[in-house]
Each structure stands twice: as C-alpha cells, then as structure tokens.
Design a protein around this ligand. Structure first.
Ligand code: HEM
Length: 337
C-alpha cells in the first residue's frame, strides 16, 4: 500500500495490474502529465495562431496602398475596361469592379484564393475580414460527386469564376439591393436591375429634401434655392430600401428564404457598402453609381480601410436598422396585406 494513493480496491490484484486508483480518481502523476500536455498544447496553438496572424498581416500589408501617391500609381497600372461579351461577372459589385480594373482576372475566370484576398485588401477590406470572406467561396462552390472520398470533402477548390458567386444560398441570397431574387424574373441574381437600385437613390433624395426643408423651416432667412447639397446615401436609406426589397420577396418569391446564414452576409454587405466603398455610414451618390452601374472605381475615390470593429458595429446597426425601419410598400403594391 502506498500512503499517498490510499488503498487498492479489493477487486484489483497486484498481480494483474500496477495501476493505483483511489476513490475512482486517476493518480496525481497522470493528472499532472495530462495538465502539462494540455498546457503545452495551448502554448503551441497560441504560437501557431500568432504566427498565422502575423503572416496574414504581412501578406496583406504588401497590398494596402500607403498614401494617395501610391494609390494613383496602382490605379494607373490597373486601368478600367468594361467586360467583353465572353467575360464572366457575378452579383458582387465590388468583385466585378476589381475584375474591370484587372485586380482580378478580367475575364472573371479561374480566380484563386490568393488573388481574391489580395484584391479585396487593395480595395480597403480590413485584413482578417478579407481573410475569412475570401476563403468561403472555395468551399461553398464545390460540386462534390457521390463517389468522392471523405478526405476530398475537406479539400477546397483551387479556383472559382465570378459567375459562381451567383449560386443561390451559397453566399448569394435573396433581398439584394440591386439584384432580383434567383426565383423571381429575370431568374438571374448576377444581373444588375437598374430600377431596383434607383429606388435606393430616390429614398436618399426624399430624406435629404425633407431634412433640408426642416432646416429651412427652422431658419426663415434661408431662401429656397433648391438643394445645394451633394446627395449622400445614408445607412437609413440602405436599410429602408432593404426592408422594401424584403417585403417584396415575401410577396413575390414563392421560394423565399431568410435565416441567420442569409442575414449575416446581408448586414456585412450593407456595412461594406457604407464603410469600405463609402465612409462613416454613408456613400456619395456618384461613388455609389460608379461602383454599381459602371462597376468602376470612382476617379475621386481612394481606399480607406475601416477598423474591423467599426465594420462589425456597422453590421450590427444595419441589422437593427432593417428591423426598425418604418418603410412600407404602397398599399396597392402590397397584396400580402
Ligand atoms: C472589397 C470587399 C467587398 C465589398 C466592398 C463588397 C460589397 C458588396 C455589396 C455592397 C454587395 C451588395 C450588392 C447588392 O445587394 O445588390 C455585395 C454582394 C455580394 N458580395 Fe461582395 N463585397 C466585397 C467582397 C466580397 C467577397 C470577398 C466575396 C466573396 C465571398 C463577396 C461576395 C458577394 C456576393 C456573393 C454578393 C451577392 C449577395 C447577394 O446580394 O445576393 N463579396 N458585395
């Protein structure tokens, strides 16, 4: 008997085993080794993660323009050209823009994860956001065959085409700002729908006019000279437009789907619109038109990577903003009532 470990259970004979167990507990030396292993594992994992983060940051820093001069040089080397008839484009105005400037292959084909990461970094996406969003398509767009091995499920694609970004509910979703739902005419989520997009601008115009009239009402000395302000599309306009698109989807789309896996990217795209393409929860009308209609980087624009936390905060505000929006469809349009 070992005093430290207590008595051997009567059923255990010293001839069959040397393991010493008391009250169902493992001996403290085993416990100690287990704790040590766990600690070493944690330390190893932390070192690995720190190293990974450092190397992602290093990689990104090569593609983040440092100042206006550097950006002018980059944009000169990447002139705009609209896509030709055989080039592929998708539902994301930012990625289409990157292809139209040659940051991504101009034909929209055979895009690698590295190219996707580097290009969205160039446009001002915060590093770790870029890392995660540029990974998703390479696992989501896979076309697994029934007889594929289990291991092959874990292997991401090597390349994707911009057209694949329109695969419904992989990343693409219903209730887009400038595209119709996949199951609503013209049954193509990659196609830009001008009338849909224009409503967002009209909402902004109306809000801005109301605000200006309110200010004029407060100060009678200001004569009505029409709107002097540059039109800016705000977070409220995007949220109101989104809410209207949502109500239309409920009304018109027999296969409408909206869950958390759609709402997170929706909030992310609104945040990207207002903080990466735009700035401080808003975007100038001319910039918005350039990114969405011509899919061109505006001449008077330069990347301004927002802090990751600012982007996340905007995501949350966009999510809550749609919930709290008072926008409703005109009565004669809303047949679901
Ligand atoms: C610079 C970074 C990016 C910005 C600023 C950006 C911006 C946007 C915006 C504003 C939309 C909404 C379009 C609309 O609702 O009509 C959108 C849609 C989309 N983006 Fe991006 N994006 C970026 C990067 C990416 C990346 C890396 C991916 C790859 C996962 C991606 C995939 C998509 C897809 C699939 C849609 C369509 C969603 C839908 O409306 O159904 N984007 N993006």
């Amino acid at each position: 008997m070992n005093e430290k470990y207590g008595t051997l259970p009567s059923s255990s004979s010293s001839s069959t085993t040397n393991t010493i167990v008391t009250n169902g507990r493992k001996p403290s030396s085993v416990k100690k080794s287990f704790k040590l292993l766990a600690k070493l594992g944690l330390i190893g994992l932390s070192i690995y993660l720190t190293f990974q983060m450092f190397s992602i940051q290093q990689h990104a820093s090569q593609f983040q323009p440092k100042n206006q001069e550097e950006w002018s040089k980059i944009i000169k080397e990447h002139p705009y050209a609209p896509p030709s008839a055989n080039d592929l484009r998708g539902p994301c105005p930012a990625l289409n823009t990157l292809a139209n400037h040659g940051f991504l292959p101009r034909d929209g084909r055979n895009i690698t994860q590295k190219q996707l990461f580097e290009s969205v970094i160039t446009l001002g996406t915060p590093t770790f956001v870029a890392h995660f969003i540029s990974k998703a398509p390479f696992s989501k767009f896979k076309k697994q065959h029934p007889s594929d091995t289990v291991m092959s499920y874990l292997r991401p694609l090597k390349m994707v085409d911009l057209k694949q970004f329109g695969i419904h509910n992989a990343v693409e979703h219903d209730v887009s700002l400038s595209r119709c739902d996949t199951n609503v005419p013209p049954f193509d989520a990659n196609r830009f729908i001008p009338e849909r997009f224009e409503r967002m601008i009209q909402l902004a115009k109306k809000r801005q006019e109301e605000q200006e009239n309110h200010v004029k009402g407060l100060n009678e000395n200001i004569r009505d000279q029409g709107s002097q302000e540059m039109l800016v599309v705000s977070s409220k306009d995007v949220n109101d437009h989104r809410k209207l698109c949502w109500l239309e989807s409920i009304r018109d789309n027999p296969f409408f789907s909206m869950g958390t896996s759609q709402q997170i990217p929706i909030a992310g795209e609104s945040a990207a619109l207002l903080e990466i393409l735009g700035q401080d929860s808003a975007i100038q009308e001319d910039h918005l038109r350039s990114f969405f209609i011509d899919e061109k980087i505006p001449d008077n624009w330069q990347p301004h990577p927002p802090a990751t936390l600012k982007l996340i905060k905007q995501m949350w505000q966009s999510f809550k903003g749609v919930q709290q929006s008072n926008a409703t469809l005109p009565k004669d349009e809303d047949k679901s009532d």
